[in-house]
Design a protein around this ligand. Structure first.
Ligand SMILES: O=C(CO)[C@@H](O)[C@H](O)COP(=O)(O)O
Ligand SMILES: [Fe+2]
Length: 222
């Protein structure tokens, strides 16, 4: 398991003041940017041009979560836009191995996401091709949804597969992560935590990042 990292999602931030919003969370390890195309998910956010501007406005690396169709064709633009990590959904990729290799070759960390109903087992042999696996803990598309406990066994199974293969792939969880749910995720083996509404609805977002980090670290150490 890697060290605990907190990656706040800007989905619930004020899009008209994104630079200032990101500046409110200096202790974030990454900034999680949710790209939605109103096709793969029923919601629309922003594309590579805006992501490129955001990348230029902060020293914190960007973690792009692409909820877009035809990931094979569309994902490389987010490496070019300056993201340090690019996550595509396996449900939207025709050739996930080729795409992961392309993202790595272009200079970013390659990551693959699974929706709650997508099993991990068919992808076990593919894990060494990835720098990170994202297990969604809500149906992708919206912030502020309730955490799905039914995803916890999949997180445990993914962590044992990684241990079995002796690989350092990070295991990220995304959706409904809060002070109430983060311990369960860390105990199950997650080490990278996306939190959107928990961080941006807090009076002090950076203090919330610290509180989430402390809870996850304590749970992972137990
Ligand atoms: O990818 C998504 C939603 O599809 C997430 O990144 C959410 O934006 C996280 O928000 P919260 O569930 O933490 O409010
Ligand atoms: Fe996300």
């Amino acid at each position: 398991m890697g060290h605990i990292q907190i990656t706040p999602s800007i989905l619930n931030a004020d899009f008209a003041r994104l630079g200032e919003e990101v500046a409110r969370i200096p202790s974030a390890d990454w900034i999680h940017v949710d790209v939605m195309d109103n096709h793969f998910v029923p919601n629309l956010t922003f594309g590579p041009t805006m992501v490129e501007s955001l990348a230029r406005s902060t020293d914190t690396p960007l973690d792009a979560h692409l909820m877009i169709a035809d990931a094979d064709r569309n994902a490389p633009a987010y490496v070019e836009a300056g993201c340090g990590s690019v996550t595509f959904h396996v449900e939207a990729a025709r050739a996930p191995v080729r795409l992961a290799r392309e993202i790595r070759a272009a200079g970013a960390r390659a990551s693959m996401a699974l929706k709650p109903a997508t099993p991990i087992e068919p992808y076990e042999d593919l894990l060494p091709e990835l720098d990170m696996l994202l297990i969604m803990t809500v149906e992708p598309g919206f912030g502020g949804q309730r955490f799905l406990d039914l995803c916890l066994p999949k997180i445990r199974r993914a962590r044992s597969m990684m241990d079995k293969h002796g690989i350092e792939t990070w295991l990220q969880v995304d959706g409904g992560v809060s002070l109430e749910t983060i311990e369960r995720c860390a105990e199950a083996g997650a080490d990278v935590f996306v939190a959107g509404s928990a961080v941006f609805s807090a009076d002090d977002p950076d203090a919330m990042v610290a509180a989430l980090r402390e809870k996850a670290t304590d749970a992972a150490d137990d």
